[in-house]
Write a protein that binds this ligand. Structure first.
Ligand SMILES: [Zn+2]
Length: 263
């Protein structure tokens, strides 16, 4: 089970030209829009909390990018649930501390067998790109080996570009780079000698979109339309998507965990 979170990628950007890997991956299972719930602010904190816990704001209690005051103890994330179930787990996060560290009210992901955080060495878009690259390299090497059965890998550079430069050429270029990194993570799963026996489910998901001009929006369709793609055992191409709300990601992961535990 691998969940790849790519922050801030607009749904209307997806396609064979900019994101060929994600597009192909979706055709093996599903790829579809996921509207952010009306009660969930279109910010990374509450959106990733919904994805990680399966709860809305009334459950996880996170309304912004400072997670202070959260109710994650009552509603833990799927990596924590898997860790407590005794499965080897990996959390690999690029750049944004509260997902993985005790900063800004975090960590959103409370427990993980292995926790890797790649800090941005230089507060710039190049620094973000380097952090995503290092995170991908590290996570791919860990997933390839005798490693985790449940992983969450987070890439943040696309969102950083969207904030600073808007949804133009540089944003598309960042999405193209993220798509190739998703491809390397997928290849890492496939390279596992026992991949076929292990029955991997993979989810690729974003949290929100962006305004054309950059910066954070609100309920505009290009901001409030996220997306999810998944493929794996029991996910048949051509069937309706199993994820049409952000709170459906964690239940899908946990259902796959039941299958892993039974193997
Ligand atoms: Zn975000």
């Amino acid at each position: 089970m691998l969940v790849i979170g790519v922050d801030g990628v607009r749904f209307d950007l997806l396609g064979p030209e900019v994101t060929p890997v994600i597009w192909d991956f979706g055709s093996a299972g599903f790829l579809g829009p996921v509207p952010v719930d009306e009660t969930t602010p279109t910010w990374s904190g509450p959106c990733w909390a919904a994805i990680a816990t399966g709860c809305g704001v009334d459950g996880h209690g996170i309304t912004g990018n400072d997670l202070t005051g959260h109710r994650l103890a009552e509603n833990p994330d799927f990596v924590t649930v898997a860790t407590r179930a005794g499965l080897p787990t990996l959390l690999a996060v690029s750049g944004w501390p509260p997902l993985a560290l005790a900063e800004d009210g975090g960590p959103l992901f409370a427990e993980a067998g292995r926790r890797e955080f790649v800090a941005i060495s230089e507060r710039s878009l190049a620094g973000w790109d380097a952090a995503d690259e290092a995170t991908t390299e590290l996570a791919a090497s860990i997933v390839t080996g005798d490693g985790p059965r449940v992983s969450f890998v987070y890439l943040g550079a696309v969102d950083a570009v969207g904030h600073v430069l808007g949804a133009g050429a540089a944003y598309r270029e960042a999405a193209r780079a993220a798509d190739q990194r998703v491809g390397r993570l997928l290849a890492a799963v496939r390279s596992r000698p026992s991949c076929a026996l292990e029955g991997w489910t993979v989810v690729v998901v974003t949290d929100h979109g962006h305004l054309d001009q950059g910066g954070h929006g609100g309920r505009e369709p290009e901001v409030a339309t996220a997306w999810a793609a998944a493929a794996g055992p029991g996910i048949e191409p051509g069937e309706p998507p199993l994820i049409t709300r952000q709170t459906q990601v964690a239940p899908l992961v946990l259902a796959a965990l039941g299958d892993i535990a039974a193997r």
